[in-house]
Structure formats: C-alpha cells, structure tokens
Design a protein around this ligand. Structure first.
Ligand SMILES: C[S@@+](CC[C@H](N)C(=O)[O-])C[C@H]1O[C@@H](n2cnc3c(N)ncnc32)[C@H](O)[C@@H]1O
Length: 299
C-alpha cells in the first residue's frame, strides 16, 4: 500500500501542495487547456467547454492575461530587475517568464511557485536549471513560507530588487486575505522591486459571475475583487503607466482588436516599490490619488 502522501501516479504531496486527483478538474489544467496546452485531462476539457458556454470570452481572457504578463516581465527586466518570483505560475507555457526575462538579461533568475503538484513536477522536469530557474511548492496564502523556501532562497537575493508576479491567482483568494498577502510581499521587497498583477473583474455582470461560480465551485472558490480593493493591494507602490487597465490595453505591442471593457474582464496592474517609503495618503492627497497609490512611474 502507498503511503498516505503518495498518489497513484507518484506525485508526492508535500506541505502546501494540493493532492493530485486526475478524476477532478484542476485550476492549472483548466488554464493550460484554455491556453492551448496539452497538460490536461478529459475532465478538464469537459469542464472548460461548460465554462466557455457560460462565458465565451473566457479563453481569450486567459491569453490576454498571459500576453500582458510577458510584456510586463519584459518591461520590468528592462528596468534592470533580474529576479522574478512567479506565484501561481501554472503549467509550463511559452513564452514563460524566464524566456522573456533572459531575452533582456541572460543572467535573469526565476522561481516558479504553485500549489498544484503537476505544475511543480512538470516545471521541475522541464524548466528547472540550478542557479537559474527553480520550481517551488507554495501556497500564496502563506507568503512567508514561500519566501523562506530553500529552493527560492538559493536563487533569490533579497537584498536586490525582485519582481513578484501574481497572474490570475488572487482570484482564488478572499480580498481581505489578498490584502494581507500583498502587505507581506511589499514589506519583504527592497526598493526598486516590482509587482505584476493580473486579476478578473466583474463590470456589473453578477448573473454570469454567479453561473461561473456555481460551475467552478467543485474545482476552487473564486472571489471577485473591486477596483478599489485591487488598488489598495498596491498601497505605497508607484504605479507604472497606464495604471489599472484591461490586460489587453496594458502597453499593447499592437492595437488590441477591442479596447472596450467586457462584462467579466482581466485587469492588469504593475507597481514599483519607491526608493523612499511613501507616507500613507491622507486628506486632499488621498483624493488626488484614487486607491491610495503613490503616483505614477513614468513610461
Ligand atoms: C489561472 S492559473 C494562472 C497561471 C499563470 N499565472 C497564467 O496567468 O497563465 C492559476 C494558477 O494558480 C495556482 N494556484 C491557485 N491557488 C493557489 C494557491 N493558493 N497557492 C499557489 N498557487 C495557486 C493554480 O494551481 C494555477 O496554476
């Protein structure tokens, strides 16, 4: 008989990792399928079909978000940041963070973090390179454990700026918890560090969100965050232009097919920790800076 922490296909369930279950869709495999990947099973594809029926633009939003992340990683690497922590990285997909970052700086280093055992095993097998790329099991709700993980500390120098990527992962975290997670991450960052965020938003589409949630709840709970809550996660950071916007509209390489907001959309936000800690906004200053952010980081 197998020990309790070993599942039938041999994935070890280690600390923050979820149990492997091929009979039930997983967030990572559903997302992989939406991006045209092959690391998914029949249960994932069946569920993806159901989700697309509820909200047809879902797969397009997954690609928008991925393309935004690649543009944002390129931008951050060009600002001189060479260390990336990609939390909720998903199945290996090209262009991956390390592919984009090393195009700018061949010495860039990336720690990929996820709580899905298949993501970690695939990332470890396909992408990991000693001293360059690591696969780190971690739960975004335990950010201190992620930052203290041996695989990560072997790669990331916390005295140098680093960039945390949160691509479509805070969607699985309650807003109050997301605020706490972001505060821990911001505190851990030296000046000059960046956060890249992509997150779903509802533009008054309560009925679609409700149907989606009903279909998705067996896989994971999803939470809608308001624009004000999302801006609050970047308190004290300088916001990179164009600020909070649809992922496809964040510094697009070429004009997107449509710039109009969708009923459910993917928002992009990038911030940089300033050289001097910013005083918390108050009074008139807060009124001029919606969301309590610390101004705009130039183009
Ligand atoms: C929707 S996918 C996004 C993948 C990738 N970041 C992208 O944008 O293409 C979300 C990923 O976050 C992971 N995830 C979900 N909840 C998590 C948690 N609490 N801690 C760590 N990873 C989590 C899932 O396993 C999945 O790989």
């Amino acid at each position: 008989m197998l020990p309790a922490n070993v599942y039938s296909v041999g994935f070890m369930v280690d600390g923050p990792l979820l149990p492997f279950n091929a009979g039930k869709p997983s967030v990572a495999r559903l997302h992989d399928y939406a991006l045209g990947g092959k690391d998914n099973f029949v249960v994932d594809r069946e569920m993806a079909a159901e989700l697309v029926e509820i909200y047809p633009p879902a797969a397009v939003l997954a690609r928008d978000s991925r393309e935004f992340q690649a543009r944002a990683v390129g931008y951050v690497a060009r600002q001189g940041v060479a260390q990336f922590i990609d939390v909720g990285c998903g199945m290996p997909t090209s262009p991956a963070t390390h592919e984009v970052a090393t195009l700018v700086n061949p010495d860039a280093r990336v720690a990929y973090v996820d709580n899905d055992p298949m993501v970690i095993s695939h990332t470890a097998a396909l992408l990991a390179r000693p001293g360059t790329v690591a696969a780190v099991p971690g739960d975004v709700c335990r950010p201190r454990d992620i930052l203290a993980h041996g695989e990560l500390t072997a790669l990331i120098d916390f005295s140098e700026p680093f960039c945390v990527i949160l691509g479509v992962i805070l969607d699985f975290v309650r807003p109050a918890e997301a605020e706490r997670v972001m505060a821990v991450l911001r505190d851990a960052m030296p000046a000059g560090s960046f956060v890249i965020l992509c997150i779903g938003i509802s533009n008054g589409a309560a009925d679609i969100a409700q149907d989606w949630d009903k279909a998705y709840c067996d896989v994971a709970r999803m939470y809608l965050h308001s624009r004000e809550q999302i801006k609050g996660y970047f308190t004290g950071l300088e916001i990179v232009e164009p600020g909070l916007t649809e992922a496809r509209n964040w510094r697009p390489g070429q004009p997107p097919a449509s710039t109009d907001p969708l009923p459910i959309d993917a928002l992009a936000y990038v911030g940089r920790k300033p050289r001097q800690p910013s005083a918390p906004p108050s009074g008139m200053a807060a009124a001029r800076r919606p969301g309590g952010t610390a101004g705009q980081w130039p183009a």
